[in-house]
Design a protein around this ligand. Sequence first.
Ligand code: DX5
Ligand code: ZN
Length: 226
Amino acid sequence: MNWLSPSILAADFNRLGEQIRIVQDCGSQALHFDVMDGLFVPSISFGMPVLASIRKETDLFLDVHLMIREPVRYIREFTESGADLITVHYEACSDVAATLRAIREAGVKVGMSIRPETPVSVLRPFVKSLDLILIMSVNPGFGGQKFMEGTYAKLSEVRQMYAEVFGHAYGDDVPRLEVDGGINLQNVASVLAAGADTIVTGSAVFRGDIADNTRRFLSILAGEKE
Ligand code: DX5
Ligand code: ZN
């Protein structure tokens, strides 16, 4: 089943609770929480206190994307703050296996992400320990960027890797395939067709009519014609 995971980075922080309720009431399956440290990526966003207050507000699946150096240092805190899944960047971990183990041992789902310039092949040694792979379709660090077309080939490569490792490209036993950055109502159908099943989108949901945007994304994800 396809999931929509709106990124709150693009929300109005003066009305965050209200806007989260809108996407939840419209039927979003998850909420994407972009953590940036100003080191792994140029921006600084938000951290555990904001996540903890959101956790009190919603029972949506909290999809936490750590764009921070050495994320193993914060797995316990983000778990205690309410994460349901923690995604770390391959490029940010000095010991990837140990970091993925720490997330698993914390009792939350395990995700790994790669930047646009990082090849899919780096994921292969870890694919059986993952619940989700996040393919970045922009250089991480900012919302509102343009979708990078090279993402389509990477999605097919991941599905090919699944077929080789699991014997099939799709199924409940393969990691979710999430894409993040520059996704809108015009390109989301192509992103799904290329192999994604989990869509992160920030500005295309939170700018304009949030409820209408959310419902339109969800109907495309449900396979209904626009
Ligand atoms: C970028 C973040 C994305 C971003 C998506 O580093 O990981 O989640 O917030 O925002 P849009 O959909 O506006 O590109
Ligand atoms: Zn993100």
